[in-house]
Each structure stands twice: as structure tokens, then as C-alpha cells.
Design a protein around this ligand. Structure first.
Ligand SMILES: NC(=O)c1ccc[n+]([C@@H]2O[C@H](COP(=O)([O-])OP(=O)(O)OC[C@H]3O[C@@H](n4cnc5c(N)ncnc54)[C@H](OP(=O)(O)O)[C@@H]3O)[C@@H](O)[C@H]2O)c1
Length: 334
């Protein structure tokens, strides 16, 4: 790998793409050259990187000549079509969509958990689902210490997880309500302002949604834990940024609150914010734009054997997407 790689961001104008550009700059990723790609709609738009204005170009089959690393965040359809073309052109793709996550030939990586898997890539590396990433940042260290058997979880997912149009939808609906106007819907099937929707992604035959099953399926692959089980309810909430997950986890080995806190205190990329007497616990409002995730409300689960209940929050645009992708890029350069 070129030590000063030519990097492309595919979907550069989107909620994740914008964060990718910022993260490459903030973390001093040794970008030799940056190419910004999006649809024809955004071609010509200018975005700043390291104090310079770069022009967004239209993504085409010929976009990848000379590019070393391509960070994809333009949706699954675009990834399916263009990631193999990019890999064929000799570029390593780090893909944010769900298109390749469960493909055996594609490593699915959270660097704090399975960084070594990056080396197994054959041109494409997948970034995990954002809710799964936030949850595993707290669950995996516990798994290493106590061996997790299963979890029951509910998510509280921010609208930015759906992309730039959903951020705009929440803003618009709040304004419409404040002005006493009729609420209009474009992104979600129901009003999201002042509401919660127990519906993220499409429904499967068994009643779970695709998003809900990602925790078990992707969790197994990332933790190298084929018997891990997860029953999840994913909920969209009127929060702009940062997902939260309430988890009850059952372990093979006995777990105590002090031993879990010790594990959390040593875990990379994780803060322990847990002082109920002072009303201190992780809140999405304050986790937005933070690289670390945070865990709190740590307590013995009263309904499980060897169980622990806890609450995790993290910026899904960062740890669930842009930051994790740039960290994978950093692993590639090691
Ligand atoms: N949002 C999150 O928290 C999150 C977390 C993890 C993973 N992801 C994944 O990341 C991807 C992007 O999500 P997002 O939230 O950033 O969505 P978004 O805000 O809607 O942005 C979509 C991006 O894709 C580009 N795009 C759309 N159609 C295109 C085409 N035909 N050719 C080239 N570029 C095209 C858009 O460009 P234009 O401006 O030209 O339309 C825009 O830059 C999705 O696969 C999503 O599942 C998102």
C-alpha cells in the first residue's frame, strides 16, 4: 500500500461522506490526494478538505484508476455495482453499506475487536451496521472476560442513521408542528417528530426487521462467536445524532458489577459514565461528534443468570460509520 494513498470518498455529499472527509482530516490520515465522488446531482459541488476546496465528481466505472483506498457510503446498490469495479482496478474498498458484510470473502471489521481480519481482505472490507458497532464496543470486552451467550436489546436510533434527508425531515416536521401546520412525510412511514417508531429497515418473514438481525449475524462474524444470540427491537427516535442501545446480556461465567466496571474502564474506545446518584449516564446529545462510545447504567440483570444490564451510546456517523472506516484505513497502512 502506498504510504501516502490516493483516497476516494464515494457518497462524499451524504451524512456519512461528509464525516469521512472531516475524519480523514482530523486524524491526519496521510492522504496523498483526495477524490470526492457522488451522483450527477452533486457533480460540481465544492467541499473543503485541509483548507482547500475540492470539486465533487460524478461516480462512473472509470472513477477508480490510480486510487488506492475508496471509502464507500452511497448505499448498497452503488456498492454492489461499483465496489467490485474499484477492487478490480486495484483499489481497496472500505464499504459502509450492508452489501458485502456477510460475504465470507469480505472481512467485517471493528478495529478494537478484530483488526487482524483486515489483512484477510481480497479487495473489499466491510464496515459493520452502526447499531451493532455501538453495542459491540461495550459487549465485546465483556465477552472476552465472561463469554456472552445471548443478549436482549432495544435500540434508540437517531434520524441521521437514515441519512441527510431524514435529518431534514425531523427539522421540517418540528418546524411544521411549532407553526401549527400539517406535518408532511417523505422518509419515514409515520411522523418522527415527538414520536418513536419501532421500525428500522424492512420487515422479515419472522417479524424481526433486517436491522434487528444484524446484531446477531454481524456480531457472530466480528466477535468470531458463531453461537452468539441476540433478540433485538430497533426503534427510531427523534434524536438527530448518536444511537443508544439498552442491553441485557447473559454470560457463561459469573459477572459482578465491579468486575464489569473494571473491564469497561480498560476497554479501548469506550468511556464509563455511570454515577446514577449524580444523574450521570451516557446521553446521545453529548455523545454526538465524539469518537468514543460510552457505557453506563451498569447493573446486575435481575431476570437472567450471570446477567448484566447496561446502556451504550455512541455517534453512529462516527464509530458506526466514518471513524470506523478511517480506522480500517489506518490498519491497512500499518
Ligand atoms: N447514516 C449512518 O449513520 C450510516 C451508518 C452506517 C452505514 N451507513 C451506510 O452508508 C451509506 C450512506 O448513508 P448516508 O446516511 O450517508 O446517506 P445519505 O446522506 O443519503 O447520502 C448518500 C450519498 O450517496 C450518494 N449517492 C446516491 N446515489 C448515488 C449514485 N447513483 N451515484 C453516486 N453517488 C450516489 C449521494 O450523492 P448525491 O448528493 O449526489 O445524491 C450521497 O453522497 C448507506 O449505505 C448507509 O446504509 C450509514
Amino acid at each position: 500500500m502506498n504510504r501516502k494513498p490516493h483516497v476516494a470518498v464515494v457518497g462524499a455529499t451524504g451524512a456519512v461522506g461528509i464525516e469521512m472527509i472531516k475524519t480523514l482530516e482530523k486524524r491526519n490520515f496521510p492522504v496523498g490526494k483526495l477524490t470526492l465522488l457522488a451522483s450527477a446531482r452533486s457533480a460540481g459541488k465544492r467541499l473543503r478538505f485541509r483548507g482547500e476546496e475540492l470539486t465533487v465528481k460524478e461516480l462512473t466505472k472509470n472513477s477508480f484508476a490510480g486510487i488506492d483506498i475508496a471509502l464507500f457510503s452511497a448505499g448498497g446498490g452503488i456498492s454492489k455495482e461499483f465496489a467490485p469495479i474499484a477492487a478490480q482496478a486495484g483499489c481497496v474498498v472500505i464499504d459502509n453499506s450492508s452489501a458485502f458484510r456477510m460475504d465470507d470473502k469480505v472481512p467485517l471489521v471493528i478495529p478494537e475487536i478484530n483488526a487482524a481480519d483486515v489483512k484477510l481482505h481480497q479487495g473489499i472490507i466491510a464496515n459493520p451496521n452502526c447499531t451493532t458497532a455501538v453495542a459491540l464496543m461495550a459487549l465485546y470486552p465483556l465477552h472476552q472476560a465472561f463469554f456472552v451467550k445471548r443478549i436482549f436489546a432495544s435500540s434508540y436510533q437517531a434520524v441521521s442513521g437514515t441519512g441527510a434527508k431524514a435529518i431534514e425531515e425531523l427539522r421540517r416536521q418540528i418546524e411544521q408542528i411549532v407553526k401549527g401546520q400539517a406535518v408532511t412525510k417523505e422518509v419515514y412511514p409515520h411522523q418522527i417528530a415527538f414520536n418513536v417508531l419501532p421500525h428500522v429497515d424492512s420487515f422479515l418473514q419472522d417479524g424481526y426487521t433486517k436491522e434487528e438481525m444484524k446484531m446477531q449475524n454481524e456480531g457472530r462474524k466480528i466477535m468470531h462467536h458463531p453461537t452468539f444470540r441476540a433478540s433485538v427491537t430497533c426503534v427510531r427516535v427523534p434524536v438527530y445524532r448518536a444511537h443508544s442501545v439498552a442491553i441485557s446480556a447473559e454470560f457463561e461465567k459469573p459477572v459482578t458489577v465491579p468486575s464489569a466496571r473494571e473491564v469497561f474502564n480498560k476497554a479501548p474506545g469506550l468511556q464509563l459514565i455511570d454515577d446514577p446518584a449524580k444523574n450521570e449516564y451516557p446521553q446521545p446529545l453529548f455523545m454526538a461528534e465524539q469518537y468514543d462510545c460510552a457505557v453506563g447504567r451498569v447493573r446486575r440483570d435481575c431476570a437472567l443468570d450471570n446477567g448484566l444490564a447496561f446502556w451504550v451510546s455512541g455517534d453512529q456517523l462516527l464509530k458506526g460509520a466514518a471513524l470506523n472506516a478511517v480506522q480500517i484505513g489506518e490498519e491497512l497502512l500499518k
